[in-house]
Design a protein. Structure first.
Lengths: 484, 302
C-alpha cells in the first residue's frame, strides 16, 4: 500500500538521484503519480489540481538533498502540505453557563448521524458533562427508536415527541434545562443538499434554537460529491466542523481534504466503528498518510509513539543509545512486547496491512505474543542481556520453563538476531526510510514469532523454517499428545 | 424506449445529467479533438466518480479514434457507445426460481440503503401479486428490526424476526422454514450493514448465505449488493469483497435522486461483471426503478 505512491514516484524520479535541483519538468513527472494517488483516494478533481499546483510551486527550485531520495523529498512536501491544509484541529466541545450548549448534527441519508450523536453524548459524558439526545428525525422508520435504544445503552436521556422536527428541537431545550442537562445533541433526519424544503427546515431549527455548533456528518467513502455536499450545507448553515464516519474500512478518505479545501470547515472527529466508543479526534498527520495510500501506517507510528511515551524518558534514552550501538537486548524486546499487549495487540494488528494473515488461523495474536513472552521470561538476566551465550542446554531449560519446544526457542533466538540486525540498520536511516521499514515489518509480521522469516537480511536457510501456521499445527498436535 | 423512466428518475437523472451535459456540450462544440478537449472529457468523467482506469480507457480510445479530427456527431456517438459498452448486456431481471420460494439476499456496507431497498422491492413484488416474506437478519444495529417492521406493516407483508442481538443465521433459518411451509413466493433477507474489511462480519454474512442454501436448494437465487451512488472509488473494493464472500448477482444503486453520479458502476462492471439491476431514487416505497443501461446512457446525453 505504502509502496503504491512511493514506487511510482521513485521510478519517475530515479534520474534525479544525486545532485541537481527539482525543476518543473522533473517534478511534474513525479507529481503525476501524486495526482493519480489523490484521484484514487477520491479527492475532488478541482482540489487535486489546485493542490498539485501548490506543491509544484513549493518544490520547484528546492535543492535535491544529498542521500535523500528525490521521490521521498517530494512526498515529504506533499505530506507536509496535506497536513497543513487539513489542520489545525480543535477537539474541544464548547460549554456555556447561561444555558445548555446545543450541538446540531446534519448530513446526507445514512451518513452516520444518529450513531455519531450517541458517540458524542458518550464522549461528553466521559468528560463529566450531562448530555441529552434529541430525536429530531421524524421521517425515517425506526429513527426515533434507534436513538432511544442507543441512549439507553449509554444511559443518556433521549427527548422525543411526535410533532415536527422544529418543535422537537425547541421543546427539547426546555426539557434539558429542567433536567439540568448541560449539553443537547440534535439528531436530524438525513437529507439531500439539493432538497430545498428539507434544507429550509434545518435553517428554521438553526434560527429558532441557535445551536452553538453545527456539525456535518459525512461518510468517509464518499466520492467527488463531498465538495458539493459540504459546500451546500455550509452555505445554508455555516458549519463549525465536520465528522467523517466509517473510517474503520479501507476507504482512502480523500473527502477530508476536499471538504476542508472547498469550505474551510475543519474535520473535528472521525468515526471508526459502529460501537459507541469508536469516536476519535481527527489527526491530520494520520489522514495525510492514509490519503497517500499508506494504509493506516501513521496510526501505527502514532501508537508506537504512545507506547514509547510510557517508557520512562531515561529508559528511552538508554534504549536509543543502545540501539545506536546495535545493542538491542531481549529485555528491551520483552518490554516492547508487554507494552504492545497493553495497548491491545489485536487493535494494532488489524491496522498493520498484511499482519492478520501472519497469525496462524485460529490462534489468538495475544496468545502468540504471550508464548514469546514466556520464552523470554524463562531466561536469566544474563541470557537476556547476551543471548549469544544461550547454548543447547540453556535452550532446553528455557523451553521447559516456557512450556514450548526446544526448536521453538532456537527459532525465536534466530529471529531475534535478525531483528537486532534490522534495528542496527534502522539506527542509521532517515525518518522516511524508517517509516518504510516499519511498514515492511508490519507486512512481514515482525512483532510475531515466525514473521521475521520473510525479511531477508541474508538469504539464509529459509527453506528449513516452518511457517507460523505449520508451527501452530505442530503445537496443537503436541498439546493433544500431552492431554492423552 | 424511454417510457420506463418515471418522472422521479428523470429528475434524478437530470442532476446526473448535469455533469454529463458538459460532455454533451463538449461533444457538440466546435473545433478539434485536441488535448484541451480530451482534458475536459477526462474532468467530466472524474467528477462523475468514473475512476482512473475507466476514465483513462475512454479518453484514450477517443484520442486514438479522433485525434485532431473535427468535433462531430460521430464523437458523441462514440463516447456514448463506449460508456454503454462498459455497462454490458446481460439479463437484469430478478432470477426467479422455478420452485417457490425465490430467496433474495441483500447485503452492503453500513447505511447504503439496504433496508429501504428491501421495502421497495417487497412493495414491487407484492404489487405483482406475489406473496412476500421479509427476514430481519440485522439483529445488530439499534432498532434495525423495528425499521423493517414498520415497512412490513406499511406494505402489509409478513416478517420473521427475533429480538435484537439474536443470531442472524437463526433468523434466516426460521424465515426459510416459514417461507417453505406457508408457500411464499419471495423471501427477502435483510442483513446488517458491514464494511467489507471486517473479516468476522463477512464470515457472519457467509454463514447466513450457507444457511439459506442448506434450507432451500439453489438459494439465495439472487444476492443484491446495495451501493450508495454517492460512494467514490471504494465502491469497487466493496463489490469485490462482497462478491468474493456471497457471490453477488447484481447491484442496486441507491440515492440517485441526489447529485451523485454513481460512476463507479462502470469500473465494477468491467472488473467483476456485476450488473446494476435496480436504482433507488428516493426514500419512499415507489422510489425504485429497474435499471436500463440504454436509457441510462441515453438520458445522460439527452
Ligand atoms: N463501520 C462503521 N459504521 C458506522 C459508523 N458510523 C455509523 N455507522 C453505521 O452506519 C449506518 C448508518 O448509521 P446511522 O447513524 O443510522 O446514520 P444516519 O445518518 O443517522 O442515517 P439516516 O438517519 O437514515 O440518514 C449504521 O449501520 C451505523 O451502525 C462508523 O464510524 N463505522
Ligand atoms: N435520497 C435517498 N435516500 C435513500 C435511498 N435509499 C435509502 N435512502 C435513505 O438512506 C438512509 C439509510 O437507509 P437504510 O435503508 O436504513 O440503509 P441500510 O443499508 O439498511 O443501513 P444499515 O442497516 O444501518 O447498514 C435512510 O435515511 C433511507 O431513507 C434513495 O434511493 N434515495
Ligand atoms: Mg439517523
Ligand atoms: Mg438496514
Amino acid at each position: 500500500m505504502f509502496e503504491g505512491i512511493t514506487r511510482g514516484l521513485s521510478e519517475a524520479l530515479r534520474k534525479l538521484r544525486g545532485r541537481g535541483r527539482l525543476t518543473p519538468d522533473n517534478i511534474r513527472e513525479g507529481l503525476r503519480e501524486v495526482r493519480r494517488a489523490f484521484l484514487e483516494a477520491d479527492v475532488n478533481f478541482h482540489v487535486v489540481n489546485q493542490f498539485i499546483q501548490r506543491v509544484e510551486a513549493k518544490a520547484t527550485g528546492q535543492e535535491v538533498l544529498a542521500r535523500v531520495d528525490p521521490a521521498e523529498q517530494i512526498i515529504k512536501i506533499v505530506y507536509d502540505e496535506l497536513v497543513a491544509l487539513m489542520g489545525p484541529v480543535d477537539p474541544r466541545i464548547p460549554q456555556r453557563a447561561d444555558r445548555p450548549v446545543v450541538l446540531m448534527l446534519c448530513g446526507l441519508q445514512g451518513s452516520g448521524k444518529t450513531t455519531t450523536a450517541a458517540k458524542l453524548a458518550l464522549t461528553l459524558k466521559e468528560r463529566g458533562r450531562k448530555p441529552m439526545l434529541v430525536a429530531a428525525d421524524l421521517q425515517r422508520p425506526g429513527a426515533v427508536e434507534q436513538l432511544q435504544t442507543l441512549g439507553s445503552q449509554i444511559e443518556v436521556p433521549v427527548y422525543s415527541e411526535r410533532t415536527t422536527p422544529v418543535d422537537v428541537c425547541r421543546n427539547a431545550i426546555t426539557a434539558a434545562r429542567r433536567q439540568l442537562c448541560d449539553s443537547v445533541i440534535l439528531d436530524t433526519a438525513g437529507r439531500l443538499q439539493i432538497d430545498q424544503q428539507l434544507m429550509q427546515e434545518l435553517q428554521r431549527i438553526d434560527t429558532l434554537v441557535q445551536p452553538d455548533e453545527i456539525y456535518l456528518v459525512v461518510d468517509a467513502m464518499i466520492g467527488q460529491e463531498a465538495a458539493n455536499v459540504a459546500k451546500a450545507f455550509n452555505d445554508a448553515l455555516e458549519l463549525n466542523a465536520c465528522i467523517l464516519t466509517k473510517l474503520d474500512g479501507d476507504t482512502r478518505g480523500g473527502a477530508a481534504l476536499s471538504i476542508k479545501a472547498v469550505t474551510g470547515v475543519p474535520i473535528k472527529f472521525i468515526g471508526v466503528g459502529e460501537k459507541l466508543d469508536k469516536l476519535e479526534e481527527f489527526v491530520p498527520e494520520r489522514m495525510a498518510g492514509r490519503i497517500l495510500g499508506q494504509g493506516d501506517l501513521m496510526g501505527v507510528v502514532e501508537k508506537i509513539a504512545a507506547i514509547q511515551k510510557q517508557i520512562s524518558e531515561e529508559e528511552l534514552k538508554k534504549q536509543q543509545e543502545a540501539l545506536a550501538k546495535g545493542d538491542f537486548t531481549l529485555d528491551m524486546f520483552r518490554q516492547q512486547f508487554s507494552l504492545l499487549t497493553k495497548v491491545g495487540m489485536k487493535d494494532l494488528i488489524s491496522r498493520i496491512p498484511g499482519m492478520a494473515e501472519m497469525i496462524p488461523e485460529g490462534e489468538d495474536p495475544e496468545i502468540a505474543l504471550r508464548r514469546v513472552q514466556g520464552i523470554i521470561d524463562s531466561m536469566t538476566r544474563q541470557e537476556r542481556a547476551r543471548p549469544e551465550i544461550i547454548d543447547q542446554s540453556r535452550r532446553r531449560r528455557i523451553a521447559r520453563g516456557a512450556g514450548v519446544d526446544v526448536a521453538e526457542v532456537g527459532q525465536f533466538l534466530k529471529q531475534f538476531e535478525q531483528m537486532r540486525q534490522l534495528m542496527r540498520q534502522m539506527s542509521q536511516m532517515t525518518l522516511w526510510q524508517r517509516l518504510k521499514m516499519v511498514a515492511g515489518l508490519g507486512q512481514m509480521g515482525a512483532f510475531l514469532p515466525g514473521g521475521l522469516d520473510k525479511i531477508q537480511i541474508k538469504p539464509a536457510d529459509a527453506s528449513r523454517r516452518k511457517s507460523a501456521r505449520e508451527r501452530a499445527e505442530e503445537r496443537k498436535r503436541r498439546n493433544k499428545k500431552k492431554r492423552r | 424506449m424511454l417510457r420506463w423512466l418515471s418522472q422521479k428518475i428523470r429528475s434524478g437523472l437530470a442532476k446526473t445529467r448535469g455533469v454529463f451535459t458538459g460532455v454533451f456540450d463538449l461533444l457538440r462544440g466546435k473545433g478539434k479533438v485536441d488535448q484541451a478537449f480530451l482534458d475536459e472529457l477526462e474532468k467530466r468523467l472524474y467528477l462523475a466518480d468514473v475512476g482512473t482506469q475507466a476514465t483513462s480507457q475512454i479518453v484514450e480510445r477517443v484520442r486514438q479514434a479522433f485525434r485532431d479530427k473535427e468535433i462531430s456527431g460521430e464523437v458523441e456517438t462514440f463516447v456514448k457507445q463506449q460508456l454503454r459498452e462498459l455497462l454490458g448486456h446481460e439479463e437484469r431481471d430478478i432470477r426467479w426460481s422455478a420452485t417457490k420460494p425465490t430467496v433474495i439476499l441483500v447485503a452492503g456496507v453500513n447505511g447504503s440503503g439496504k433496508t429501504t431497498t428491501i421495502a421497495k422491492l417487497a412493495k414491487r413484488f407484492q404489487d405483482q401479486g406475489k406473496k412476500v416474506l421479509l427476514a430481519a437478519c440485522d439483529t445488530f444495529r439499534a432498532a434495525a428490526v423495528e425499521q423493517l417492521t414498520v415497512w412490513a406493516q406499511r406494505i402489509g407483508c409478513d416478517i420473521v424476526k427475533q429480538q435484537q442481538g439474536a443470531n442472524p443465521s437463526a433468523v434466516a433459518f426460521d424465515a426459510c422454514e416459514r417461507a417453505k411451509a406457508r408457500g411464499y413466493d419471495v423471501l427477502i433477507v435483510d442483513t446488517a450493514g458491514r464494511l467489507h474489511t471486517q473479516t468476522h462480519l463477512m464470515k457472519e454474512l457467509e454463514k447466513i448465505y450457507h444457511v439459506v442454501g442448506r434450507q432451500i436448494p439453489g438459494a439465495p437465487h439472487e444476492v443484491l449488493l446495495v451501493l450508495d451512488a454517492t460512494t467514490g472509488q471504494n465502491a469497487l473494493q466493496q463489490a469485490e469483497q462482497f462478491t468474493k464472500v456471497v457471490r453477488c448477482s447484481g447491484i442496486v444503486l441507491t440515492k440517485l435522486d441526489g447529485t451523485a453520479k454513481g460512476g463507479a458502476i462502470f469500473a465494477i462492471k468491467q472488473k467483476l461483471g456485476l450488473p446494476v439491476k435496480f436504482v433507488g431514487v428516493g426514500e419512499q416505497l415507489d422510489d425504485l426503478e429497474p435499471f436500463d443501461p440504454d436509457a441510462f446512457v441515453a438520458a445522460l446525453f439527452e
